[in-house]
Design a protein around this ligand. Sequence first.
Ligand SMILES: Nc1ncnc2c1ncn2[C@@H]1O[C@H](COP(=O)(O)OP(=O)(O)OP(=O)(O)O)[C@@H](O)[C@H]1O
Length: 230
Amino acid sequence: MPEKPIFSLRGIGVDYQTPAGVVTGVDDVSLDVPARGMTVLAGPSGSGKSTLLRVLGLFEQPARGTLTFQGADVRKLKHRERRALRRHHLGLVFQNPADNLLGYLTVAENLHAAAEAAGTECNAEDILGQLGLHGTGGWKITALSGGQQQRLAFGCVLAARSTVILADEPTSQLDEASADLVLDTLRYLVDQDFAVLAASHDERLIDLGSRVARLHKGALEGVEERELPA
Ligand SMILES: Nc1ncnc2c1ncn2[C@@H]1O[C@H](COP(=O)(O)OP(=O)(O)OP(=O)(O)O)[C@@H](O)[C@H]1O
């Protein structure tokens, strides 16, 4: 029997109230996110990728539809349960590396802080080794390149032992060499059997997706399943 999806969205709609009237961010989106592998939300600017990620990250309450996480209807969770779900299961990585890290802490301290916030413990050197950042534990964040900072942001997700990784345009603020570091990290996380959901319009990142959901003007245009080379 196929594994159950980690997230299931049915008929999800999000509206924004603006001075010019109601703007629909996403409209009637139904999608399953598998418990392993990489799902990419692709689409042009304004197509609803970030809005959908905010719904999945529990930052946005949809006006319509149902969202389940591991089979549980998220709307029925109490405030405390939602917070616990976010802390223990959802690892978020935003597009700007500096937004993902605490600049006043060292590299290793960032990992420990992420673990502590999630109620876990981590071996910082081991995680840094896994991400090609061996020996940087005592460094300031600013001593890392943008790509290395994004790698560390994914390291914080490893430290927190999140179940699913939600990444919003993780390569969009990086030069090509730095973006390569992030693409390698995503490949590694997928190999480690994480569920990764990334919003992007970077074709190289989209190519890593085993499931690509294409959005246009807030609506789902289609979902492509792909066999990736081993
Ligand atoms: N806070 C907000 N207030 C009003 N409208 C919003 C808000 N956030 C998003 N929108 C609107 O919702 C729609 C979807 O936006 P969203 O940011 O989700 O798209 P996106 O695909 O992530 O775009 P980008 O690639 O530029 O980040 C757009 O029309 C946008 O203007």
